[in-house]
Design a protein around this ligand. Structure first.
Ligand SMILES: [Zn+2]
Length: 267
């Protein structure tokens, strides 16, 4: 699934990937130390309101595609699932579905709540995957392409699935920090497992990778099926959306861009 193309030494990158796998995931940082003291003040209000207050106290943003894990305390996700389930149950009731005698929908509210919080929007509530960096010891300075990485997301507008693929092109410098190949997938998944807008998602991913790796050039291409175009709306089954972000050398160097796109299309 992951291809990598480099004209430089190949062995270093794969052994580095193993190195990264050996590093255990760090324990959750306690970024909520200040709000910990107000625990009792949160009682008697819905958990979502308590979390929202913590976010607002820090003037942080909580849009659909923002990660809010720093404001969630250990053990609270389970309670959040319960709160979402209660409200989902109200939605089913408003849709006039008899969840009492219809065995198919009896536990739907709980299932949907768990799916949102623990699975498909999990990238909002969990910490960023640990991306251990290591120095570019063999001075790789050739184009690397990672992909296609499978993407499962949902649109912020309708919460309809977005199913697609992402390719990442990196042109490292001698001074760049490298991350293991599997980490590109982990980070992509973390960003995409939120209600997203494709254009914003690729930019968010590019910003993170640029900050982490500090490459000379970075390119990201995403193509995806948007179920809000297929399941509802125009019901056009063949429409796809393709987005690209080109940074640094990929912007300036036409040949590099061409090489990336040509290699990408081979997969
Ligand atoms: Zn939509």
């Amino acid at each position: 699934m992951i291809i990598k193309k480099t004209r430089a030494v190949n062995t270093t990158a794969s052994s580095s990937a193993k190195l990264v796998k050996a590093v255990k995931r760090a324990t959750k940082s306690s970024g909520t130390a200040t709000s910990r003291t107000s625990k009792h003040a949160d009682e008697g209000i819905p958990l979502s309101v308590a979390i929202r207050r913590r976010i607002q106290a820090q003037n942080a943003r909580f849009h659909a595609n923002d990660n809010i894990s720093a404001f969630i305390r250990p053990g609270e996700l389970e309670s959040l699932v319960d709160e979402v389930a209660q409200k989902m149950q109200a939605v089913l009731e408003s849709l006039v579905i008899d969840t009492e005698s219809d065995h198919n929908t009896k536990n739907t509210s709980q299932r949907v709540a768990k799916m949102f919080v623990k699975e498909v929007f999990n990238g909002r509530y969990t910490d960023q995957p640990v991306l251990t960096k290591f120095p570019n010891v063999s001075h790789l300075n050739e184009l690397m392409i990672i992909g296609p990485i499978t993407v499962r997301s949902a649109c912020s507008h309708h919460l309809c699935p977005i199913m697609g693929r992402v390719w990442i092109g990196v042109l490292p410098s001698k001074a760049s920090a490298l991350i293991g190949l599997s980490k590109y997938s982990r980070l992509t998944e973390w960003v995409m497992c939120r209600p997203q807008i494709q254009e914003e998602a690729v930019v968010e991913l590019a910003d993170m990778l640029e900050k982490k790796i500090k490459p000379i050039g970075l390119a990201i291409v995403m193509d995806a099926d948007h179920f809000c175009m297929q399941w509802r709306g125009v019901k056009d089954r063949d429409s796809k959306m393709v987005n690209s972000v080109m940074r640094g050398a990929f912007l300036k160097d036409v040949n590099l861009r061409r090489e990336f796109l040509a290699l990408m299309e081979r997969k």
